[in-house]
Write a protein that binds this ligand. Structure first.
Ligand code: EPZ
Length: 417
């Protein structure tokens, strides 16, 4: 396993290109199962989870060629089974369930295990698909699903689940009749998926709002589609500028999709300005102030930025309360930040962060994707050397992160643990 060795204290200055969005690319690649013609995807990030998805697509009968940042998928004779040894490495594999039922009327998907941040059940996906006529059995750790033909239904989600919305949106595109999905996720990645499906011939309206309507069609064709830029990677780099007292220009950077994050970072003292159509400049006015943060479904503050903004708060003046409302165990970065001298007190779903003068570099352990990012950010600001171990978590969601950061003045080396 690899680790990152970070010499802290250097302000980051220069330009960083934001890569394509992991959380848009995963469902959009999975949606190729629905299409009957080849699809070309551009701006696809070269990440572990994308390679895993391409492997799964090949097993399901949709061979995927990855060339640079372009993926070409050619749907062939579909197979219904997503094997455990792949699904256990990537929960998002469950997103093949809806497309397989829609195309084949059959799906056998290993029940995705939990992960460090929580149990991550898929009950909302299954209940909703049952309303469309699917039946499910749990057979030795696999979800075995069947349906004659999915039929349109009126579905109200108990919680605006991102994955559940994506699975049902994909399933509904080929169902008989109209499907109304209520209390759906409004995340930009859901909107990107809907735009992709429409480009393939799907009939969808309301994406981005809480109610999506889908008219089922008989088939979906191919298309060429550019994946949206990654708002969470962009938000992570905004924090990198703030935590190092630097000045970064983020190119191909989302803005509207990051409103809640930008508002909070500005409130903490960062200066964030658009430059041209697609670039954003981030500096800070010399004084960081801690603020309270509560994670919420979009358009609220995203849970995927909670660990990163907490790292920033550890060296801001004053105290801030961080409340995590989406996942039950998403504070794994806290004990590691405390090892670096941070003052963070946990109580259930809430963390109280009191700013300290400075962090001190230390050996720390990554536990999940965004916790790893938080530790890298803390290492960039800390005095001395930080060793972030088990960075395979980081490689799932950040493309060449040490190359991108070293190009703007960071001092990071990747080496075996
Ligand atoms: C997606 O996960 C993202 N992953 C996550 O990003 C993100 O944190 C999450 O949405 C919330 O924004 C991808 O898009 C691949 P959910 P997902 O279904 O779809 C509970 C990252 O760091 N729930 O909205 O799994 C669930 O347990 C990753 O990039 C049920 O109870 O999120 C969780 O507590 C981490 N039953 C909450 O809802 C269900 O059937 C949110 O889950 C489904 C979800």
């Amino acid at each position: 396993m690899d680790k990152l060795v970070i010499q802290g204290g250097a302000p980051l200055r220069g330009a960083i290109a934001v890569s394509g969005s992991k959380n848009a690319a995963l469902p959009i690649l999975m949606a190729s199962i629905l299409a009957e013609e080849p699809i070309t995807y551009t701006n696809v990030p070269r990440l572990r989870d994308i390679f895993t998805t391409n492997k799964l697509l090949a097993i399901l009968g949709c061979p995927a060629e990855f060339d640079g940042h372009t993926v070409t998928v050619t749907p062939c004779d579909l197979k219904p089974e997503a094997p455990y040894d792949l699904v256990k490495t990537m929960r998002a594999s469950v997103l093949c369930l809806g497309p397989l039922l829609a195309r084949l009327g059959e799906a056998r998907v290993a029940l995705p295990g939990g992960c460090a941040i929580g149990a991550r059940p898929v009950d909302l996906h299954l209940t909703a698909l049952e309303k469309m006529g699917a039946t499910f059995d749990l057979d030795s750790g696999y979800i075995q699903g069947h349906c004659k033909k999915l039929r349109g239904a009126h579905i109200h989600f108990d919680f605006p689940t991102v994955g559940g919305t994506e699975n049902l949106l994909m399933a509904a595109t080929l169902a008989e009749g109209e499907t109304v999905l209520e209390n759906v996720a409004r995340e930009p990645e859901v909107v990107d998926l809907a735009n992709f499906l429409i480009a393939c011939g799907a009939k969808i309206e309301g994406h981005g709002s809480s109610i999506i309507k889908v008219q089922g069609v008989s088939r979906l064709g191919g298309c060429e589609y550019r994946i949206m830029p990654d708002r969470i990677e962009a938000g992570t780099f905004m924090v990198a500028a703030g935590i190092t007292g630097g000045d970064l220009l983020l190119t191909d950077c989302p803005f509207e999709e990051l409103e809640a994050v930008i508002a909070k970072l500005r409130d903490m003292g960062l200066v964030i300005e658009r430059e041209g159509a697609r670039d954003v400049r981030v500096t800070h006015n010399g004084h960081l102030r801690a603020r309270d943060v509560t994670t919420r479904p979009f358009p609220g503050f995203p849970t995927d930025m909670q660990a990163q903004i907490m790292a920033l708060m550890t060296i801001a003046s004053g105290a801030g309360v961080v409340e995590e409302t989406i996942f039950e165990n998403r504070f794994m970065h806290v004990p590691e930040l405390v090892r670096m001298g941070a003052d963070v007190k946990l109580s259930g779903h809430t963390a109280v962060v009191r700013g300290v003068q400075r962090l001190i570099g230390a050996p720390v352990m990554a536990s999940d994707l965004r916790a790893s990012a938080s530790l890298v950010l803390a290492g960039l600001a800390a005095q001395g050397e930080t060793h972030v171990q088990r960075i395979y978590h980081l490689d799932r969601g950040y493309e060449r992160i040490e190359e991108k950061l070293n190009a703007v003045g960071a001092r990071i080396t990747r080496m075996p643990e």
